[in-house]
Write a protein that binds this ligand. Structure first.
Ligand SMILES: Nc1ncnc2c1ncn2[C@@H]1O[C@H](COP(=O)(O)OP(=O)(O)OP(=O)(O)O)[C@@H](O)[C@H]1O
Ligand SMILES: [Mg+2]
Length: 250
């Protein structure tokens, strides 16, 4: 994935300001930054559902939102989008039918659904109504929907929010498994900086701009910080100081 001069305007505000970055294939890239910095907006631009996007944005070799990307990209929104009055399997059957109607006859769909449910560790809840699941379990149903059809790119908006440490670890293990064994590319947003350490690469955002596009190790080394959180704060201070210098030069 490659972006240049990527800008998004929402109402009176420019919420993404000429972003440039590259997301390598087959790796996990973390998208980190404080609430309101533009993570969800950027993810919507990548999956092609954001209005008023300008600049260049290529996804898996196509312009973002290209119809052929529909089955190649899986997207999980910040709030779980599942039907409470359907069971886990019924939810997945429903989304599988929408995703690829032609597949129905082949019986492949049932395998896809069973595998996606197993991927997110919900096999024992296959026939439970989604409305009776916990928040974390519902989030995992959403993730299973995104895993249908084995997407090459997974865009996950804060998938671990509200999960206990064990589930968070299990999900991160699944992300690594998907990257390592299926060659999947993952873009995972979070505002919990300790999750940064689990990513191959990081995009650090602040106020609609990219502060850094690097590996966790390189970030720590470059800033002389012990943690990604400290590196982030260092970069924020630098950006603020640079802004002040610009102001006083005017
Ligand atoms: N419908 C809207 N119209 C105008 N501006 C909006 C709208 N929705 C969000 N924004 C603004 O866009 C900016 C980026 O929002 P976005 O949801 O992308 O942030 P985020 O990084 O995902 O935040 P969070 O971590 O809280 O999910 C915010 O400053 C927000 O105020
Ligand atoms: Mg968001």
């Amino acid at each position: 994935m490659h972006a240049a001069g990527l800008t998004v305007v929402r109402g009176p505000r420019t919420v993404l300001r000429g972003l440039g970055f590259t997301v390598p294939r087959g790796q996990i890239t973390g998208l980190l930054g404080p609430s309101g910095c533009g993570k969800s907006t950027l993810m919507r631009a990548i999956v092609g559902t954001q209005a008023k996007v300008s600049g260049t944005l290529d996804v898996l070799g196509r312009p973002a939102g290209h119809p052929t990307l529909r089955t190649r990209v899986g997207y999980v929104t910040q709030s779980p989008s599942v039907y409470d009055d359907l069971t886990v399997r019924q939810n997945l059957d429903y989304f599988a039918a929408i995703l690829d109607p032609g597949r129905a006859a082949a019986g492949r769909r049932r395998d896809d659904v069973t595998r996606a449910i197993a991927d997110v560790d919900l096999t024992s809840h296959t026939d439970a109504l989604a409305g009776n699941l916990s928040g974390g379990q519902r989030g995992r149903v959403s993730l299973a929907v995104a895993l249908l059809g084995t997407p090459e790119l997974l865009v996950l908006d804060e998938p671990t929010v509200g999960l206990d440490p064990v589930l968070r670890r299990d999900l991160w293990n699944l992300f690594h498994h998907l990257a390592a064994t299926r060659g999947a590319t993952l873009l995972v947003s979070s505002h919990v900086m300790d999750e940064a350490e689990r990513c191959h690469r990081l995009l650090l955002m602040r106020e609609g701009e990219i502060l850094a596009d690097d590996t966790p190790d390189a970030l720590r080394t470059r800033t002389g910080a012990d943690t990604v959180e400290a590196a982030f704060l260092h970069l924020v201070d630098e950006a603020v100081a640079a802004g002040r210098t610009k102001e006083s030069a005017r």
